[in-house]
Every structure is written in C-alpha cells, then in structure tokens.
Design a protein around this ligand. Structure first.
Ligand SMILES: Cc1cc2nc3c(=O)[nH]c(=O)nc-3n(C[C@H](O)[C@H](O)[C@H](O)COP(=O)(O)OP(=O)(O)OC[C@H]3O[C@@H](n4cnc5c(N)ncnc54)[C@H](O)[C@@H]3O)c2cc1C
Length: 382
C-alpha cells in the first residue's frame, strides 16, 4: 500500500533538499507544491560535491542519466602541503559506485527542477512564507494553504524549524570562508585539499573549464553568516600570501569573491510535529568540511518520502524518519567539525599528521576510503 498516493504535500523552499523531496514524494504519487521565495529556481554560481551516498538516492528518482551527463566524475582526493606545494598523498575515488561527482550547483538544481516538472510538481515562485501555523497551514501570496503534510526545506534560517523547536543559539567557530571560481585550462578531475597552519583551501574542477575554490581561515573577528557577502580578492590573497606558488597562482586569478563566517548550529531536537516536518539545513546546518550538507539533505528527502509512503499513520512515518536520520546526521556533522582542526595544524603536529597521511598514501591507500565507508556506502534506498 502506498500511503503517499494523492497526499497533498507542501514544501517550503526550492533548494536541493526541497526539490529532492518534491521529486521523491511526486514519484510516490503525492500531489506536491513547492513554495520558493526567489523569483526563479536557481543557485549561486558555485560548485558542489555529490558523494556516492547522495548520488544513490538521486539515481533512484529517475534523474540518473542527466546526472551522468552533467557531473565530472572525481578520480581522487589529494591532500597537498600548501606551503611547499608538495602532494602529500593521493586517495583514489575512481572506483566509487555510483561515482563521486563535481557539479555546478545551478546545473543540479536544473536537473531536479526538470525532474519535478516531469513528475507533475507545481512550483510557486516569489512565495515567501512568513509564518506556519501549528496545523501546518500558511499563507502563500495572501492565499490560505492547508496541506496534509507541510515540509520545511527552508535552509539555515528556517521559519518551520522555529515553529517546532525552541530557538537555537548558533555560535561563531572562529573561522571564515571565501568562495570563488577561476578559469582553468587543466581541469584535473580531482579534489585538492591545500593545508596550511590555521588555513586550508579546497579546489576542484567544474564543467566549462572552471575551478571551484573554498578557502578557510581561522580568525577571531566575526564575519556575517550566509555566503553572499562580497569581499576584496586582495584579502583572500593576503591570507594565503606565505603559501607556495601553486596556491598563489590559483588565487592570483580570482576576480570575484564572497566571504562569510562559519557558525555551528545545534541539530534540531524535533524534526516533526503534527503534520509538519523539516529536512536538510533547516534541521541540521553543517560546516562544509566533509562536503555533506546537500548530500544529507538529499538523504533526508528520500527517507522522509519513503517513511510517509510505507506507514499508514503519518505520525508513525514522521517518527520513523527522525529515528532513521538523526544519529547519522549527528555523526556526519561531528566528523565535519573535526576535519577543520586536522587541516589547520601547525608545527610538530602538522609534520606528524602529514607524515601519517604520506605513509597511508604509500602503504595503505585504501585505508582512507575504508574510513569513509560508513559515510559513502550508506544506502537510503536499500
Ligand atoms: C561553501 C560551501 C560549500 C559546500 N559544499 C558542499 C558540497 O560540496 N557538498 C554538499 O553536500 N554540501 C555542500 N555544502 C552545503 C550545502 O550547500 C547545503 O547544506 C545545502 O544547500 C542545503 O540544502 P537545503 O535545500 O536544505 O537548503 P538551501 O539550499 O538553503 O535551500 C533553502 C531554500 O529555501 C528558500 N527559502 C528560505 N526561506 C523561505 C521562506 N520563508 N519561504 C519560501 N522559501 C524560502 C531559499 O530561498 C532556498 O531556495 C556547502 C556549503 C557551503 C557554504
């Protein structure tokens, strides 16, 4: 019995989590409407790594061919010494099934939006939802909406999370991040992690000869959360001015850069109440050091649609969704938090850590992937 058949589902937020949920519910027979505040379904110009755990769920939603045609399959992740420019190790990713891929965010949103359109999802743009009632009803463009299930996929500043949880206090992590893109004539299909004391930078290629850059620096000064604040590229170059020529050469080409502060948010205690649920960043924003925010949102969306479909009682389905997801999400967020520390070591700790990575790369290159198996091998479709 499929309990989503004909169910009237409203999704607030048309980002990666919201659109994946829309597609997952629609493919199980629900009548889905997405309410997005922006005038178009699109994303900032930046890259996104979709790891096998996220790809597995997306593939089950019938968009596998479009994903194959659009992403760049990653061959390896390569830790680099940002100071000397030396490669520390190379960990192979080429045998991942489904592949670990690099996407342009806008391209992934476009694939999901086309999938949603084909599955009959309705999208209402320029619909900023100001408030949700306890029964899940709300006003969209001044019209009352009373769905049988309301899903908050409304990101970091979720109003839906606020309806079913006490207010949470995010705190500044003492780290700021820049993102930028440059053109490259050597699009090597690998992710490089350039590590320096108190800083690191991740680079990977995107389609159309672009290199995506996320650079992180520890600092005591606070910077705004949210990644749309323009900064002077000179500040980014200055932060990495003592690094080797490779890093300086990449940053030398940056013309447009955004800076934002990295904040830690507690994972929401409740992911559902009555006929309201939350997913993705609305429930659990994460630091970007494990490349999992979007992947976890995709997993959430798939599991939520499945639990609601399989259980005759919506309340039981929502409870099962949270039970299946929360511990995994907490574990992934903890691992992301620890990564920043490992990337930013200095002095003797740095020398020891790099020697350890070098040894692992030479003697047991599979050990790196072995340590990621709990993350990448997870199969929400099983
Ligand atoms: C620099 C950086 C790099 C990252 N790299 C990766 C990566 O490689 N891999 C990965 O998996 N994750 C990555 N992430 C994390 C990832 O981007 C997020 O976790 C993911 O986008 C969350 O998706 P979401 O749909 O939950 O929320 P969002 O993408 O924030 O979408 C929320 C949507 O809701 C809409 N909205 C909000 N409020 C309302 C309202 N009141 N009414 C109507 N609409 C509303 C917004 O306009 C938006 O479209 C990265 C993040 C950063 C900052």
């Amino acid at each position: 019995m499929h309990h989503n058949a004909g169910r009237d589902v409203a999704i607030i937020g048309g980002g990666i989590g919201g659109l994946t949920a829309a597609l997952a519910f629609a493919r199980r027979g629900a009548q889905v409407t997405v309410y997005e505040q922006a005038p178009a379904l699109t994303e900032v110009g930046a890259g996104l790594q979709i790891t096998p755990n996220g790809a597995r769920a997306l593939n089950q939603l019938g968009i596998d061919k479009a994903l194959d045609a659009t992403g760049i399959a990653a061959q390896a992740v390569i830790p680099m010494d940002a100071m000397s420019g030396a490669q520390i190790a190379r960990f192979d990713l080429s045998n991942q099934t489904p592949p670990y891929r690099f996407f342009h965010r806008a391209a992934l949103i476009d694939i999901l939006a086309r999938g949603c359109a084909a599955a009959g999802v309705k999208v209402v743009l320029e619909a900023q939802i100001a408030e949700i009632q306890a029964d899940g009803s709300f006003l969209a463009q001044d019209k009352p909406v009373r769905p049988s299930l309301t899903i908050g996929a409304d990101g970091l500043r979720s109003i839906v999370r606020g309806r079913i949880n006490k207010p949470a206090q995010p705190f500044f992590t003492g780290q700021v991040a820049w993102r930028a893109m440059v053109t490259t004539d050597k699009p090597d299909p690998v992710a490089r992690i350039w590590m320096a004391p108190g800083r690191h930078m991740v680079t990977y290629p995107l389609p159309n000869g672009r290199l995506n850059i996320v650079a992180v620096q520890e600092r005591s000064q606070w910077a705004d959360e949210g990644w749309h604040h323009a900064d002077d590229p000179g500040n980014l170059r200055m932060a990495f001015a003592d690094c080797g020529w490779q890093v300086k050469s990449i940053l030398g080409d940056v013309e447009d850069v955004r800076l934002w502060g990295l904040f830690r948010h507690p994972v929401a205690l409740s992911w559902h109440m009555g006929s309201v649920a939350i997913l993705g960043d609305a429930a659990h924003p994460t630091l970007p050091f494990l490349a999992q925010g979007a992947n976890l949102a995709i997993e959430d969306a798939y599991v939520l649609a499945r639990c609601c479909d399989e259980d005759a009682s919506l309340a039981n389905g929502l409870r099962r969704y949270q039970d299946l997801r929360r511990a995994r999400v907490v574990k992934a967020i903890g691992a992301a938090n620890r990564n920043a520390r490992n990337y930013h070591l200095s002095g003797i700790k740095r020398a020891v850590a790099h020697a350890g990575l070098r040894g692992m790369g030479r003697l047991a290159p599979d050990a790196f992937l072995g340590r990621m198996r709990w993350l990448y091998d997870h199969d929400v479709t099983a």
